[in-house]
Design a protein around this ligand. Structure first.
Ligand code: NDP
Length: 264
């Protein structure tokens, strides 16, 4: 019988994870079923308990439940501990959790896009769950400098203070040059963009928006300034592959899945 997995979130109907994991399962000959669970706010633990009791083997966790999942797991990996958030839950002898967002971003930047992160100066915009999940992995990748900027500056400062060597700022006070500007805000979902100066954006080598499946104003502004721009679809596929590995011990190939998602 197929082993059952699902993505849990609110909302979750739009998720590409079932399709991605079905491709991984086919390619690696793993017999799994992968569904969607839309849980009410405050209802993560109950929905996860029910899924586990019905034989579920693991969950991907998306907005707004990553911190609930962190508290729910009996054990978590070091990178999930650093992020204080879990995006992958495994139901084995005990309930264990991982966070694959950071490694997903780094694999997309370094592997798929060929960016040399060592020595790069990074501006990370946003201080929510997504920014929190990737800071540790960016530092581990050996970046030369990392600044977190957020609309609510206090949140940027609180996040940066958890790591050594990370600077924090509001948008207006940013200056200098960043090689890579990563938009980890949800601004693009509402057709908005963080208040980054166009001069700073124009000096970047790459503009990366974690939002995927749409041309955000941030990506459009980067392209208009002649800066190479990329959405977060590759990160989505790479974090999914790492989740698949956490559950199944098999690492799926991502290139074909990403190509198909991009419709090439
Ligand atoms: P959160 O709700 O936790 O945080 C939202 C962040 O966006 C905050 O820093 C908030 O700033 C900022 N923000 C929202 N609107 C604006 C705006 N108009 N101008 C400036 N800043 C704004 O969301 P997450 O961090 O969990 O997710 C962020 C995005 O990343 C989502 O769109 C999500 O889809 C995407 N994502 C993509 C992944 C992938 O695999 N590609 C993986 C994970 C996330 P403030 O604190 O000032 O309100």
């Amino acid at each position: 019988m197929s082993e059952r997995y699902a993505v849990i979130g609110q909302p979750v109907a739009h998720s590409k994870s079932p399709w991605i994991h079905a491709q991984f399962a086919r390619a690696t000959r793993q017999d799994i079923e992968y569904g969607l669970i839309e849980a009410p706010l405050g209802g993560f633990a109950r929905a996860a308990d029910e899924f586990r009791a019905a034989g579920g083997k693991g969950l991907n966790v998306t907005l707004p439940f990553k911190e609930d999942a962190f508290r729910y797991c009996r054990s978590v990996t070091p990178r999930a501990t650093v992020a204080c958030a879990v995006n992958t839950v495994k139901f084995g002898a005990e309930v264990s959790g991982d966070n694959t967002d950071g490694i997903g971003l780094v694999r997309d930047l370094a592997g798929n896009l060929g960016i040399d992160l060592r020595g790069s100066r990074i501006l990370l915009m946003g201080a929510g769950g997504a920014a929190q999940g990737v800071l540790g992995a960016l530092l581990e990748a050996g970046v030369a400098g990392l600044t977190v900027a957020n609309r609510n500056e206090d949140k940027a400062r609180e996040l940066a203070a958890r790591f050594s060597g990370v600077a924090a700022s509001g948008y207006a006070a940013l200056e200098g040059r960043f090689d890579i500007v990563i938009n980890a805000t949800s601004a693009g979902l509402s057709g908005e963009t963080p208040a980054l100066s166009s001069a700073l954006l124009a000096r970047a080598r790459l503009a990366y928006d974690m939002v995927y499946g749409r041309e955000t104003p941030f990506l459009a502004a980067a392209r208009a300034a002649g800066v190479p721009a990329c959405d977060g679809l590759g990160m989505l596929v790479e974090q999914a592959a790492e989740s698949f590995f956490f559950w199944r011990g098999v690492r799926p190939d991502t290139a074909g899945v990403l190509r198909e998602l991009r419709g090439r």
